[in-house]
Design a protein around this ligand. Structure first.
Ligand SMILES: O=c1ccn([C@H]2C[C@H](O)[C@@H](COP(=O)(O)OP(=O)(O)OP(=O)(O)O)O2)c(=O)[nH]1
Ligand SMILES: [Mg+2]
Length: 159
């Protein structure tokens, strides 16, 4: 992969807390910018909290940013983003917050100010023009869903 080639889009960012660095991509070509906690927080088992990031952005029209969990925090501590992926609209100018929840049954999770708590994936999105009809066109899938094509067991039990 040529990690220098990219079709980056310019996004205006404003740091509400100048002591925190700008979020960055951990590796070239990564999808998500690591978001930092502006405040320390301790989450008891089952507890949730909207953690401020100190970051506000102005996305171009036709883009949105999505707040995704970090797999390391999820695997190690059971910490995830409750509304994953959180949606940041192009017109939103407020502080981006990360709604974290501690899903661990017994251990609290402590996060320090400046910790990388989630990742922000910026994507193109389209706005739909809804066209109401009495009947939708047919398709091979039709209304089949929710396992209609067979689950793992029905597919020969292969892992
Ligand atoms: O994880 C998130 C989700 C949302 N937001 C901000 C940006 C987004 O543009 C705004 C509204 O989010 P959303 O539309 O998900 O929330 P809502 O409950 O529908 O609120 P609203 O009525 O303001 O749209 O809140 C965040 O900072 N973090
Ligand atoms: Mg909304």
């Amino acid at each position: 992969m040529d990690e220098t080639a990219h079709d980056g889009v310019e996004v205006l960012v404003h740091r509400l807390d100048r002591e925190l660095p700008l979020p960055r991509y951990a590796q070239p070509g990564d999808a998500g910018l690591d978001l930092l906690a502006r405040e320390a927080v301790e989450l008891a088992p089952g507890e949730r909290h909207a953690v401020p990031t100190g970051l506000a952005i102005a996305l171009p029209l036709g883009f949105a940013a999505f707040v995704h969990p970090r797999s390391g925090l999820a695997a190690r501590h059971g910490l995830t983003v409750l509304n994953t992926p959180g949606t940041v609209d192009a017109g939103y100018r407020g502080e981006i917050k990360v709604i974290l929840v501690n899903t661990d049954r017994s251990a609290p999770v402590r996060l320090e100010r400046g910790d990388r708590i989630a990742q922000l994936v910026i994507q193109r999105v389209c706005t739909a023009d809804l066209v109401e009809v009495e009947q939708l066109p047919g398709s091979a899938r039709g209304s089949g869903g929710f396992g209609s094509t067979g689950g793992a067991a029905a597919m020969g039990g292969q892992h």
